[in-house]
Design a protein around this ligand. Structure first.
Ligand code: PLP
Length: 458
């Protein structure tokens, strides 16, 4: 493909993406396919002869679109959102065009320095501890996912206990914490994971945490890691960060905060009381790819002190040695996570911050939270509906007072519209409707359409 061909096809593809975004609101969210349908339409063998770009574009429409789940629909209320925006797409395109490999400062100074700088900006924008900046003892790095960030934190925590068998180590999180905590601990070979009891609002009970830690210490085990969640996946419950931090300090646990979804809201001052005590954390993660208009993948991982992270992750083979690293003048992000190679993820985040400005991003988060509040008010005012958890951010969790069958009918009525989509969850035996408001295009009209479907089924 020559540069001129690339210009032509690239413009056609940008038009195709813009057309998609103009049509997505009216497109049924779930594809009508069975397992294997898409694959059965692909040739058995890879092409021997070159094909035209036009034929690839035709198959995008014909084959790919038949199997696309429309996460970017404004009626997408399932899971948590997976935000995309045009500035982020363009930033990602520029990153692809430059084809950078930012494993060392030396291999791409701009990839490294823009990433450090943008994550330092975010520390200020979210009023997080200034020690977390790369200009202080800590620093931020972009990872692929919150699961990677958490796994990395557990591995660093493990390395603090030299001479202790990982099989004797214990990690703690609440019973509502994301499965990535347990997975990360398993991958790191940690012997025990305790899922600590929660209170009526599904937040970790600090007394139960401390009792579990004491019992494990008495049993000769080695408590070494605790994760506090800000915005649990089920109901966006918030663990008591300051109390957990105090326990972590008393028992020498690495304190990690998982704010994968709700961390985005910290760009607005009014949500920051939820992370009171965050200065006690050793590490913290949140995902701009969930709710800050930045395409997947983009997960921020901050540490309060970068030394243990680098000491744990750094292995320098001779071919990676260079003068800047040897002088200790630079950040080499390969030492901040498991992968060596890394792409220029910060470019899309930089474009997003500059395009919207902090003001635009605050307005964006607030618009979704206001929609969630207005839906909550309608539910609270309805005699046959109950919220099952407080609406703290953009997630509304509710059920029919008549029980699970009636709640299931609401889910089916919403999904039968085909342009609104929810995935229910359970608390104990109780089924509830989980409405995550936060897609890029979602506005009042889409929440009204969802409400009409709810009303038709109660
Ligand atoms: N933590 C929480 C609280 C989440 O809600 C999620 C995903 O929804 C994750 C972690 C995992 O995020 P990722 O897909 O980036 O690993």
């Amino acid at each position: 493909m020559t540069p001129d061909d690339f210009r032509r096809h690239g413009k056609a593809l940008i038009d195709w993406i813009a057309d998609y975004w103009e049509a997505v609101a009216d497109t049924p969210i779930l594809p009508d396919v069975s397992p294997g349908d898409i694959r059965s339409r692909l040739p058995e063998h890879a092409p021997e002869r070159p094909e035209t770009f036009e034929s690839m574009m035709a198959d995008l429409d014909d084959i790919v679109m038949a199997g696309i789940t429309h996460w970017q629909s404004p009626g997408w209320f399932a899971y948590f959102p997976a935000n995309v925006s045009f500035p982020a797409i363009l930033g990602d395109l520029a990153a692809s065009g430059l084809g950078q490999q930012g494993m060392l400062w030396q291999t791409s100074p701009a990839t490294t320095e823009i990433e450090s700088h943008v994550l330092d900006w975010l520390v200020d924008l979210m009023a997080l501890p200034s020690e977390w900046k790369t200009t202080g003892p800590g620093g931020g790095v972009l990872q692929m996912s919150a699961s990677d960030s958490t796994h990395t934190a557990i591995v660093v925590a493990r390395s603090r206990h030299t001479g202790v068998e990982p099989s004797r180590m214990v990690a703690y999180a609440s019973s509502q914490a994301h499965s990535s905590i347990e997975k990360g601990a398993n991958v790191a070979g940690i012997g025990h994971v305790r899922l600590v009891e929660t209170d009526n609002e599904m937040a970790m009970r600090p007394d139960a945490l401390e009792a579990a830690v004491l019992a494990d210490e008495d049993a000769g085990l080695v408590p070494m890691f605790v994760c506090g969640t800000v915005g649990t996946t089920g109901t966006t419950a918030v663990d008591p960060i300051r109390a957990i931090g105090g326990i972590a300090e008393r028992h020498d646990l690495w304190f990690h905060v998982d704010a994968a979804y709700a961390g985005n809201a910290m760009i607005c001052q009014e949500f920051r009381h939820h992370i009171d005590g965050v200065e006690l954390a050793d590490s913290y993660t949140f995902n701009p790819h969930k709710w800050l208009l930045t395409n997947f993948d983009c997960s921020v991982f901050w540490v309060a002190d970068r030394r243990p992270l680098i000491e744990t992750m750094s292995i320098v083979p001779p071919y990676l040695r260079n003068a800047a690293t040897d002088r200790g003048d630079v950040i080499d992000y390969r030492d901040w996570h498991v992968p060596l190679g890394r792409r220029f993820r910060a470019l899309k985040l930089w474009f997003v911050l500059r395009h919207y400005g902090a003001e635009g991003l605050r307005a964006y988060i607030r618009s979704h939270v206001a929609l969630a509040q207005s839906l909550t008010e309608r539910i609270d005012a309805h005699p046959r509906l109950d919220t099952v958890a407080p609406t703290l951010f953009g997630l509304v969790s509710f059920a029919h007072v008549d029980g699970n069958e009636a709640t299931q009918r609401i889910v089916e009525a919403i999904n039968a519209t085909r342009t609104s989509y929810v995935v229910p969850s359970t608390l104990g035996d109780r089924l509830f409707v989980r409405v995550a408001i936060g897609s890029t295009l979602t506005d009042t009209s889409h929440v009204d359409a969802l409400w009409d479907a709810v009303e038709s089924a109660v």
